[in-house]
Design a protein around this ligand. Structure first.
Ligand code: ATP
Length: 454
C-alpha cells in the first residue's frame, strides 16, 4: 500500500519540530542563543508524557523508590565534594586562525571554520592550541555581593541533590537498601561543542535515579537496571534495531565508576548515548561524608553499618524525545500523495485523538463533535479541528503523531456512529459514539509496536 522513504535526517526532524511548533530556537528574535531551545505546545505535551511514563515506571509502580525535587543552586561545597569543581571538565582546543573552539576528544564532530576542510586541523592554515581543561559548570552569584564568597553554580546534574538528601530520605521514608531516590529537573552545562539539536543542549531536563544497595549486591542491581531501562524503551515501541547497550571501556569511565553501560540510539548523527547506567560504588556518599561531616551510611537494626553502593540510570527528556521523534518519523506515498507521519507510541503522542466534523460548516456535526470533545478531554489531550478539507486535517494530525481520529459525518446524524481512523494502518471502522470514550481508554492501554521496518 505504502512506500517508505528513508533516511531520517536531523534536518527533517528540526524542520518538522519547527513547522508544527514542537521546538523553537530560544530567543530567536534576538538571533537565538547557542544550543538552547524553547518547547512549544506539542513539545510540552510530549515531554509531559515522557516525564510521567518515566515516573510511573521508576516510582509509582514500585515500593522501593521515592521522589525528590531538590534545588538547582546548592551550597557550592556540594560541587567541591562531588569532584565537579576540579574535574567536571572537557578538554578544549582553540583555533588561533578561525577563533573557534572544539572538544579535543570529539574533534571528529567539530566543524572547521574554513572551507573546503571539514574537520578542525584539516585546513592548511588551521592553528590549533594544545588542549586545556574547561569546566562545564555555569557560575552565578548568590546575594548582592559578587565576590568569591558568593560564587555558586547551576547544577550540572540532578544526582548530587539526591546524595545530599540521603539521610533525610533514609530516616523519613523509612527505607533500607536496596531503595532509590528519583528526581527530574533542569540541569545546565556550558557544553563546548553543543549542537545536534536536542541531543546536546546547554540547558536540559534530566531524569535520574540513585539506587542505594548493599555493596555485595551492586553488580547484580547494575545488570538489573541496564535491562529494566532497555525494556522501558522497547515497551514504548523503540525499534530494537536502533537501540543497543554499550559497555564503557575502563579508560572511558568516570573516576568514581566501576562499570558503566550506555544505552545508545542510532540517531542521524550515528550511534550515540541516549541514557547512561553507572555503578558509582560508594564514591558519592563517602565524598559527602568526608566533606560535610554528616555520616551518610546505613545503620541496620542490629547495629551493622555500611556505606551503600549506588547504581544510577541517568537520562534527559530531551534526548529521549529526540530518539522517539527519529524512531517515529516516516514519509510514505499513499494514493500518490506523500504523507509525513510521526509513528509515536500512543502513550507518548502529544495528542491522543482528533475530533473532526466532516463538514465544518454543518451545525449538527459541529455540535456532536464538540460534545464528544468535551467528554474525551476530561481524561485525555484531544484536539478538535473543523478547518479545511478532511484529508488535510488528517495529515496535520499525522505529522504530530495523533494515533486516532474520530470523524463525525452524515451517518453519525442518522445512526449515532462515528468513524475511527488509525494513524499507522489508515484503517477506518465505525463505532457507536457512546462507546468512543471506553474504546479510546482501551486503545491507549494496548501494546504498540512500530510498523516501521526493522
Ligand atoms: P556526553 O558524553 O554525551 O556528553 P555524558 O556522559 O556527559 O554525555 P552524563 O553526565 O552521563 O552524560 O548525563 C546523563 C544523561 O543526561 C545523558 O545520558 C543524556 O541523556 C543527558 N545529557 C547529558 N548532557 C546533555 C546535554 N548537553 N543535552 C541533553 N541531554 C544531556
Amino acid at each position: 500500500m505504502a512506500e517508505t522513504t528513508e533516511p531520517v535526517t536531523m534536518d527533517k526532524i528540526v524542520s518538522l519540530c519547527r513547522r508544527r511548533g514542537f521546538v523553537f530556537p530560544s530567543s530567536e528574535i534576538y538571533g537565538g542563543i547557542g544550543s538552547t531551545y524553547d518547547y512549544g505546545h506539542y513539545g510540552v505535551l510530549a515531554k509531559n508524557n515522557i516525564r510521567s511514563l518515566w515516573f510511573q515506571a521508576m516510582v509509582q509502580e514500585r515500593d522501593d523508590i521515592v521522589a525528590l525535587d531538590s534545588a538547582v543552586i546548592l551550597n557550592p561545597r556540594v560541587w567541591e565534594a562531588s569532584g565537579h569543581v576540579s574535574g567536571f571538565t572537557d578538554p578544549l582546543i582553540d583555533c588561533r586562525t578561525c577563533k573557534l573552539r572544539f572538544r579535543a576528544d570529539k574533534l571528529e564532530d567539530g566543524r572547521c571554520g574554513r572551507k573546503p576542510s571539514k574537520r578542525p586541523g584539516e585546513f592548511s592554515e588551521c592553528d590549533l592550541t594544545e588542549p586545556r581543561q574547561f569546566n562545564l559548570m555555569f557560575e552565578t552569584h548568590v546575594g548582592a555581593l559578587e565576590d568569591a564568597s558568593s560564587l555558586a553554580y547551576l547544577r550540572p546534574e540532578t544526582a548530587q541533590g539526591i546524595f545530599v538528601n540521603f539521610k533525610n530520605v533514609l530516616q523519613l521514608a523509612r527505607r533500607r537498601p536496596p531503595f532509590g531516590i528519583a528526581q527530574v529537573g533542569k540541569s545546565f552545562r556550558n557544553e563546548i561543542t553543543p549542537g545536534n539539536f536536542l541531543f546536546r543542549m546547554r540547558e536540559f531536563e534530566q531524569m535520574e535515579m540513585e539506587y542505594f544497595v548493599p555493596p555485595a549486591e551492586a553488580e547484580q542491581w547494575f545488570h538489573y537496571w541496564v535491562d529494566a531501562r532497555y525494556r522501558w524503551y522497547t515497551d514504548l515501541g523503540v525499534r530494537e534495531s536502533h537501540l543497543r547497550r554499550r559497555e564503557h571501556e575502563a579508560s572511558e569511565r568516570s573516576h568514581y565508576s566501576s562499570a558503566t553501560t550506555d544505552l545508545e540510539y542510532l540517531y542521524p548523527i550515528g550511534w550515540s548515548e541516549l541514557e547512561g547506567i553507572a555503578n558509582r560504588g560508594e564514591y558519592d556518599l563517602t565524598q559527602h561524608t568526608q566533606h560535610s561531616g554528616a555520616r551518610l551510611e546505613y545503620v541496620g537494626e542490629g547495629g551493622e553499618r555500611y556505606t551503600p553502593h549506588v547504581i544510577e540510570p541517568a537520562v534527559s527528556i530531551d534526548r529521549i524525545l529526540l530518539a522517539f521523534l527519529v524512531d517515529g518519523y516516516d514519509e510514505e506515498i499513499v494514493a500518490e500523495r506523500e504523507r509525513t507521519v510521526l509513528r509515536l507510541h500512543p502513550r507518548v503522542a502529544p495528542v491522543k485523538a482528533a475530533i473532526l466534523p466532516l463538514i465544518g460548516k454543518n451545525a449538527e456535526m459541529v455540535e456532536k463533535a464538540r460534545a464528544l470533545q468535551q467528554e474525551l478531554r476530561r481524561r485525555h489531550v484531544v484536539e478538535y479541528d473543523d478547518g479545511g478539507a478532511i484529508g488535510r486535517r488528517y495529515r496535520r494530525q499525522d505529522e504530530i503523531g495523533t494515533p486516532f481520529a474520530f470523524t463525525i459525518d452524515e451517518q453519525t446524524l442518522e445512526d449515532e456512529t462515528v468513524t475511527v481512523r488509525d494513524r499507522d494502518s489508515l484503517a477506518q471502522e465505525r463505532l457507536p459514539i457512546g462507546g468512543v470514550r471506553a474504546w479510546l481508554d482501551d486503545a491507549l492501554e494496548r501494546d504498540w509496536k512500530s510498523p516501521k521496518s526493522e
